[in-house]
Ligand binder design. Structure first.
Ligand code: CP3
Length: 362
């Protein structure tokens, strides 16, 4: 444990204006000392919030992602309600694909559904580069959100090439990713060409968000945990590495996350992440050993713990915080997203608990 956890009483008197760069979230991403563990939640915007459900009524999910009024409001809602340490842009991993004209939709209760799944080389042509005109509403939304957030950082995000490819090949969500892996094993050249296209698009989408003001980015490889380490390293890692290195010049922390990735953690870190997101299955102390390299960790309370009695929830949150001390920096989060049935008040109380933890126990 380094001197990361200082018990600051009152800040030294200074005339310097606080800046987003000094925020607790960004300090933890960089492994610097923090007054408390920062916390935000994957899927903090969305169906757990009544104010979200009310405003989304009658508006298709993907349409809402291209309407700045909605993107701005939905991004801000969890920040206002829970006082989390970072906002994440309200969007979806398929938004950049929609923006370049891929025929797809997000179906309620199912997820992304692609009209013509990718099966051949000529279908790759539709995966063109993002042009500035494609993402005008996203850029506008980011700029307004960043302004409204003040010193609270905004996290931009993109889907990683493997997770995007899985939707494009399967045509929708899949449990076993059978068609995706069949494609990967049968047509390795076409597979690499597809992932290289998706890496370019994901990198461009992250760049757009950072240039508009996002202070960190997260690359979601949600389904990479379905791969063996050997297959991950051979078929996926080079492309995720290309995405992460394509924004290295912009100097913002890059978080790399997937579900069920216990065996892939070191490799996902090596792909060029500054922070590795960990799901609920691996204790952070163990994850820190696997990841190494001075990288910060993000995670990893089981999302279902929010349905437990408060004492149980708090005890589990305390375990996550204690375990996170093994890492050079720790950002508290869930091990995956907020479940739609979660009581939003339980999330607010959890934020309070995390923020007060160090002060109360030292
Ligand atoms: O975290 C946030 O608050 C930002 C919003 C966000 C959404 N999607 C909004 C959304 C983020 C970060 C995503 C990323 C995303 N989308 C991922 C990676 C993160 C993860 O969960 O692993 C993936 C795999 C997707 C694809 C996707 N989009 C799925 C699986 C679903 C859920 C389908 C369902 O209805 O259960 C979506 C839809 C979606 N994306 C919703 C939201 C708020 C729900 C749509 C609604 O409210 O009707």
């Amino acid at each position: 444990m380094t001197l990361r956890m200082t018990c600051e009483t009152s800040p030294v008197t200074t005339t310097a204006t606080p800046s987003v760069n000094d925020s607790v979230f960004l300090r933890a991403c960089r492994g610097e000392s923090v007054p408390h563990v920062p916390v935000w939640f994957m899927r903090q915007a969305g169906r757990s919030l009544p104010e979200y459900r009310k405003l989304r009524e009658g508006v298709p999910m993907l349409e809402s992602c291209f309407r700045p009024d909605m993107v701005i409001e939905f991004t801000m809602q969890p920040v206002r309600r829970h006082v989390v340490d970072a906002a994440i842009l309200f969007s979806d991993i398929v938004v950049p694909l929609k923006a370049i004209g891929v025929d797809l939709d997000i179906v309620a209760g199912t997820g992304p559904v692609v009209a013509e799944p990718i099966r051949s080389a000529d279908q790759l042509a539709q995966l063109r580069d993002i042009e500035p005109d494609d993402v005008i509403p996203i850029v506008e939304s980011v700029k307004v959100v960043v302004d409204e957030l003040g010193t609270t950082p905004l996290i931009g995000f993109a889907g990683a090439p493997f997770t995007l490819a899985s939707y494009l090949i399967e045509g929708g969500p899949s449990k076993d990713h059978r068609l995706t892996k069949q494609f990967m094993y049968t047509n390795p050249d076409l597979w690499h060409a597809l992932l290289a296209r998706l890496a370019a698009i994901a990198g461009q989408f992250l760049r757009v968000q950072i240039e508009a003001g996002a202070s960190a980015v997260q690359l979601f490889d949600s389904w990479a945990g379905n791969l063996s380490l050997a297959d991950y390293d051979k078929y996926v890692k080079p492309h995720s590495a290309a995405v992460l290195s394509s924004v290295a010049d912009l100097g913002v922390p890059r978080i790399h996350f997937g579900v069920g990735t216990g065996e892939l953690l070191q490799s996902m870190g090596d792909a060029g992440a500054d922070v590795v997101g960990v799901d609920w299955r691996v204790p952070l102390e163990e994850a820190a050993k696997r990841v190494g390299g001075g990288k910060a960790l993000q995670g990893n309370l089981d999302s279902t713990a929010l349905f437990a009695p408060t004492e149980v929830l708090n005890a589990k949150a305390a375990e996550v915080i204690e375990s996170g001390r093994a890492a050079p920096g720790h950002i508290f989060n869930l091990g995956h997203g907020v479940l739609p049935a979660t009581d939003p008040d339980a999330l607010t109380r959890l934020v309070d608990f995390v923020h007060n933890y160090e002060l109360a126990s030292s």
